[in-house]
Design a protein around this ligand. Structure first.
Ligand code: 16G
Ligand code: ZN
Length: 552
């Protein structure tokens, strides 16, 4: 009874804005920040129910990633630090659109009954870790989330402050493993594992100090600020942060950031001819995406882009090499082989040249639909799974079971052949598992891993770029009356409906050498996206254009 009244009363302070419908898209709810208090309030309730259901802490992050500064959004992290399970999305969406307090309360009671969640305190308590990025609407929305959480009896909100999205996911994961979940522990873990990997860089490969320098575009968001803090704990790397969000440096995501750089293929503002030859990296607004670039000497506005696919390739080569060393048979006789299933996960947006390259290396590559939740799930099926989207979202996952075998092998090696190549390979793999954020792709931890792997390989930016040549590609957006009219299959590479469209696309593709093309409805905008690849830029442009006409 009390619970009923409490929900009714508190939700009356957060009326649904007139004429708006909210959908839980690829990465949660997104809209203009000022329209979101009711949505965030209700997401707070969903988070509490999720915590009650799982008996663990969950996360709630307020961010709109690479979107403009006045937008905002909210997403929920499950107890293991990954995105909230998809089968709760319809409930989250229904709740976000409940027209009045009465229907909201009914939805909550109906859903909790269905899911077997008992409300009303009674010993069970929910715990929600809250985070937000630097957007101006963030503070008020955080308050709305707290009100939503407080409207369920026995729920506690833990405000973790201003964070990158991956930091919050990491904290949720750690908390539920019984470990400390503070920012200082996060910084400590990253800096220590980074130092461990740097200390094991083979002698003779480390280049002079010019190569330990990287210039980072923080997108005027939270990532730059955090990197400035972490940088003080790092040895052997020279990080220069630009667009760090300090007053006067520019506006969040405006002409800066990973999404801008990767899509427009131009340098972010604050970078120019003075940076020719520098190794540059860029984060998105909440620092869960990372891409690298270099200002081309020929054209000061143009760049050589090193996207998520190439970061993936670098990581894959490094991990593969360490596994190879670990399992190599030495003169001394038997070395117990640690059987490892290494899997690579990409989406249809991965440049075809990257997929070919990875397969040539003997790696197993699978495709999933767009969106971290799909890639992450697939990668988690392997002992070691590496996933990346071309846009720079990605990480490396080590299964719990595999990590404990690896730890055991490392302990054995420490006994029998301390300091051997085998031992070092095991130590490196363990350090990677600590440096990389296994909850979700993390631009900061990804940057540190790229930097140390380049040192390890003794590679310049050019060596990395030369791994393979990207096929020319082109992306177009098509505005349509109803984007849901197009449905796809086979990881979005084939159209199912409307009938005839796939045949039309196939006949366009057939006209081009190395042609590849697919269309899919965006999960974040009201449009259809067209992606085309071919052996020349002109051909890729033409293929994308002719396919767009069939979609229109
Ligand atoms: C979201 C996704 C990203 C995906 C993008 C595609 C997360 C955390 N983010 O930003 O992975 O690449 O949507 O957008 O899952 P689209 O559907 O509009 O092409
Ligand atoms: Zn993001």
């Amino acid at each position: 009874k009390d619970q009923h009244l409490l929900l009714l009363e508190s939700s009356s302070h957060f009326p649904l804005p007139h004429g708006m419908t909210f959908s839980y898209g690829t990465a949660g709810f997104r809209a203009v920040g000022s329209k979101l208090p009711s949505t965030v309030f209700r997401a707070g309730i969903v988070a509490v129910l999720r915590s009650l259901k799982t008996g663990s802490a969950v996360g709630l992050m307020i961010t709109a990633s690479h979107n403009p500064i006045l937008d905002n959004g909210v997403k929920i992290a499950d107890p293991d630090g990954s995105m909230m399970t998809q089968h709760w999305e319809p409930f989250a969406e229904a709740l976000a659109n409940a027209p009045n307090p009465q229907s909201l309360v009914e939805l909550v009671f109906h859903f909790t009954k269905e899911e077997g969640i008992s409300l009303g305190g009674g010993g069970t308590c929910a715990e929600i870790l809250l985070g937000r990025d630097t957007r101006p609407t963030g503070e008020a929305l955080l308050e709305a989330a707290k009100q939503g959480i407080k409207s369920i009896v026995g729920a506690a909100a833990l405000d973790m402050g201003i964070l990158t999205t991956p930091q919050l996911h990491w904290m949720v994961m750690n908390k539920n493993k019984g470990m400390k979940a503070s920012e200082s522990v996060y910084f400590m873990q990253l800096s220590e594992s980074f130092r461990c990997l740097m200390d094991m860089v083979p002698k003779g490969t480390r280049k002079d100090c010019v190569d330990s320098r990287v210039v980072v575009d923080g997108a005027n968001g939270v990532g730059g600020e955090k990197l400035e803090q972490l940088k003080k704990l790092l040895i052997g790397i020279d990080i220069q942060v630009r667009n760090s969000g300090k007053q006067g440096e520019g506006v969040l995501n405006e002409g800066v950031g990973a999404d801008f750089v990767q899509k427009e293929k131009v340098a972010p503002s604050g970078f120019g001819t003075k940076d020719v030859g520098e190794r540059c990296a860029t984060f998105d607004g909440d620092a869960d995406r990372l891409v690298y670039f270099r200002i081309s000497s020929s054209n000061c506005n143009g760049i050589d882009l090193v996207d998520g696919d190439k970061i993936l390739s670098l990581f894959a080569l490094f991990i593969k090499e360490q596994l190879h060393i670990l399992n190599k048979q030495g003169d001394e006789g038997t070395n117990n082989v640690l059987v490892t299933r290494l899997g690579i996960v990409q989406t249809a947006y991965a440049n075809g040249a990257s997929t070919d390259f990875l397969k040539q290396q003997g790696l197993e590559v699978v495709l999933t639909p767009t969106g971290v939740k799909y890639l992450h799930k697939k990668a988690a099926e392997c002992d070691v799974g590496i996933y990346f989207e071309a846009n720079g979202h990605g990480t490396i996952l080590f299964s719990e079971e595999y990590l404990s075998k690896l730890q055991k092998k490392c302990d054995d090696l420490a006994c029998h052949s301390p300091g051997s190549e085998h031992h070092k390979a095991a130590l490196r793999l363990l350090a990677v598992s600590k440096l990389i954020n296994q909850a979700v792709g993390d631009a900061i931890s990804g940057l540190l891993l790229v930097e140390v792997v380049l040192q390890h390989m003794g590679w310049s930016m050019q060596d990395w770029i030369d791994l393979y040549n990207d096929l020319p590609s082109r992306q177009l957006k098509v505005k349509v009356a109803d984007r849901t009219a197009i449905t796809t299959t086979h990881a979005e590479t084939q159209v199912l409906e409307p009938s005839g469209l796939q045949e039309a696309i196939d006949s366009e593709i057939a006209k081009y050498h190395k042609g590849r093309c697919f269309v899919r409805p965006s999960g974040t905008e009201d449009i259809i996206r067209v992606y085309a690849e071919a052996s020349s830029q002109e051909a890729a442009n033409a293929l994308a254009k002719s396919v767009s006409r069939h979609v229109d």
